[in-house]
Design a binder for this molecule. Structure first.
Ligand SMILES: [Zn+2]
Ligand SMILES: [Zn+2]
Length: 416
């Protein structure tokens, strides 16, 4: 026996039956994002490691524990992207997209990588739908992207969602908050998990992301960022909420919604689905007003969100939409040639046709057609070739009729 090669731990094949679901979500997303003026951007799957160290933050959990980093043959340190925003920012700066008249609204659908402990519902290669907007400061855009996310969820018939919003402040107002937060966390140090004890020193905001029950309970009593916002952040947040009201979007203000990434400023939000259990956020996003500048680009603010495809798909109710197709059953070489020619023409009329090129009896071809759920079977034997008339069977009604080539083309020409 030859040794079998398996998929890498934490990766997963998406098989044709599921790809159908993926495609329907992707199609809906593309259509809706483009209705709001977003255009697709595709950047490489791997980048220089420093891009993500700089972008995602030196103290972030993603950087510390989960980056998929490796040296290439020339000894450069490369990283499979753990998230999308740093790549887009790099691309905008490198291609000077900010000098062009088009608005800086982008979307992207593709794989991301994290060297995380594989567990149920978590993969080392996972997939995201992302959108990003640059250069728009008005909180109306913060609300519009939430509204766009809601529209997509509505189109996908995802129900039972809840929206949480918060502001994480800015460089001016966050330091005072962090100082007080550290002081309070220090008091509770002994009851916090070891992870949180480490976070306390590096970035205490992350304590709010901890899933450990005791940490969650303690965090309830810690100071709230919303009590520390400077005037600018406070106003931005108030106007963001006003615009959400304008769109008639229901939301809950959650002062502990900080999200696990360093670069957020002001707005953060999440949309969760009650159907998905513990890991229930389908969409997470926020503003990152300082990022472009910190990457050496122009002083352009940014905002965006990411949707986890795997989680999103599990929340979408699918009805399998079966395309109708024709199965061609043939006996003998002459019939095969006649059939090949006919299906070639039918496919150009937009009719899906399947011929399986293997020697089989007519009976087993009929049973294949039945099993596969063909809508029609076109039966061609040597006799039919001689007469120039073929048997067309409607599998739903069971009716079978003899038809000429022209009649067949006419029938399917009308269907397509
Ligand atoms: Zn502020
Ligand atoms: Zn903890």
């Amino acid at each position: 026996m030859k040794k079998q090669v398996s998929a890498i731990k934490g990766t997963k094949d998406i098989l044709p039956r599921d790809v159908e679901k993926w495609q329907s979500v992707e199609t809906a997303a593309k259509r809706i994002f483009e209705l709001y003026g977003y255009r697709e951007i595709r950047t490489p799957v791997f980048e220089a490691t420093e891009l993500f160290e700089k972008g995602t933050g030196q103290t972030s959990d993603i950087v510390i524990k989960e980056m998929y980093t490796f040296p290439d043959k020339a000894g450069r340190s490369l990283t499979l992207r753990p998230e999308y925003t740093p790549s887009v920012v790099r691309s905008i700066i490198e291609n000077r997209l900010y000098l062009q008249p088009e608005s800086l609204r982008f979307y992207y659908i593709g794989p991301m990588f994290r060297y995380d402990k594989p567990q149920k519902g978590r993969y080392r290669q996972f997939h995201q739908l992302d959108i990003e907007v640059f250069g728009e400061e008005d909180p109306a855009i913060d609300a519009e992207i939430v509204e766009m996310a809601h529209y997509l969820l509505q189109e996908l018939q995802v129900t039972g969602t809840e929206t949480f919003v918060n502001s994480v402040g800015c460089k001016k107002c966050r330091p005072a908050y962090l100082k007080d937060l550290k002081t309070e966390a220090k008091k509770a140090e002994e009851s916090l998990c070891s992870n949180c004890q480490r976070k306390m020193a590096t970035n205490p905001l992350r304590i709010f992301d901890c899933k450990v029950e005791t940490c969650k309970k303690l965090a309830q009593k810690f100071p709230k960022i919303t009590d520390y916002l400077c005037q600018e952040c406070e106003q931005h947040f108030a106007r963001f909420c006003e615009h959400l009201d304008f769109f008639e979007i229901e939301y809950t203000i959650e002062p502990r919604l900080v999200r696990g990434i360093d670069y957020y400023t002001k707005t953060t939000f999440e949309v969760a689905s009650s159907k998905l259990g513990a890991q229930d956020a389908i969409i997470g996003g926020g503003r990152y007003d300082d990022m472009m500048k910190e990457f050496g680009g122009p002083d352009l603010c940014g905002i965006g969100f990411a949707m986890g495809m795997e989680r999103l798909i599990s929340a979408v109710p699918f009805t399998q939409m079966k395309e109708k197709f024709l199965y061609l059953a043939y006996m003998g070489d002459g019939a095969k040639r006649a059939g090949m020619e006919l299906v070639r023409l039918l496919r150009r009329e937009g009719i899906e046709c399947l011929i399986e090129y293997r020697e089989q009896s007519l009976k087993s071809q009929m049973s294949r057609a039945n099993k596969l759920g063909a809508a029609w079977v076109l039966i061609i034997g040597e006799e039919e070739v001689k007469k120039g008339r073929y048997q067309l069977k409607d599998m739903e009604t069971g009716d079978q009729e003899e038809r000429t080539r022209e009649e067949i083309m006419k029938i399917f020409g009308e269907i397509s």
